[in-house]
Design a protein around this ligand. Sequence first.
Ligand code: PLP
Length: 406
Amino acid sequence: MLDVELIRKDFPILNRLINDKPLIYLDNGASAQKPEVVIEAITKGYSQEYANVHRGLYHLSNLATEKYESVRDIVAKFLNAPNPAQIVLNSGTTEGLNSIAYGWAMPRLESGDEIILSIMEHHANIVPWHFLREKQGVILKWIDLEADGSFDEQRLIDAISPKTKLIAITHLSNVLGTKVDVKRICQYAKKKGVPVVVDGSQAAAHMPVDVQDIGCDFYAVTGHKLYGPTGSGALYISQDRMREMKPFMGGGDMIKEVHKDLITYNEPPMIMEAGTPGIVQTIGLGVALEYLLEIGMNNVAAHETELTKYANQQLLKLNWLNIQGNSPDKAGIFSFTIEGAGHPHDISTVLDKKGVCVRAGHHCAQPLMEHLGVTATCRASFGLYNTKAEIDSLVEALKLCHELFA
Ligand code: PLP
């Protein structure tokens, strides 16, 4: 089990006050805070080791290239990918999912083909597929949730038809904390020859991920939720799919040769990496992942499971709090509204006065909001540095909200 007090010392921002109260940061689902090692790596990256990558023949450029390229190995280790060449470095999950839509799905799918999605997807795993619906007449098939907010993989498996050409599914809901047994889905989809895209944006920050064990075709992660810099991320692509990838954006290192009437492309994964990348951000992502690997994602998961159990006990005592979705095996993400209180924005503003940061809104999951029959919720989402005492403070702040509004 991790020593949370020791971990907290690694995050300088946790020492600051918000509205004269200690910061209680419960918006990790949106973005996580950064440990000192990541902040130092960014400072060093710009102040001591900065140059463009892949192009220079001088010491600094070679150094930056070496550091940047080493992140491919670190991501491969973090996701247990068989080969670093199966890791595309990018700006985050949104880019990763769009690159699959443009680089793999658009050249292949035709009118009447189906993509299966769950109703709890983040817009980043919806909008790129809507592009295919709009441009190519692809049909989006939505899988609903169970009454308790859990996801029954069998419903999705039963929806696979001969027209199904892709499954795009989150590993963990950013709104409800619902986990999806993506391995089970991949096992079945493989038999039917249907590729599976897994949105790992949330899951990778909360639990160990093994893409070989899952057996997915694509797995997308985002750096800033993994305690790394914004504008960093990675996409794992299986060997078969990697061979099928078409260029998504043009320019930079994705080419071999460019002539007036001829162009040849670089090998994967470089074919997916156009333009000057987020060099220092990616180096910072590598440091963040090494930090997590040292702590151990099993330990992170165990700590957050404890927090989730505790939060469940405490929040369920508040009989005026409407918690959306409470599947038995959920991760530390709680969405709620307060009976009689105004908009979730008002709740969030009151909590802020107590130093408690939560997200309020539709969480980029409007189809899920429609399914739940709400327009918005408040969301408290835990990270590796959160404590039971912070959950107590959340509960006290919620009681204040209830007194004020209800
Ligand atoms: N998918 C999920 C489940 C998310 O929670 C998020 C971010 O909130 C994204 C995708 C998009 O990630 P990014 O904006 O970092 O690309």
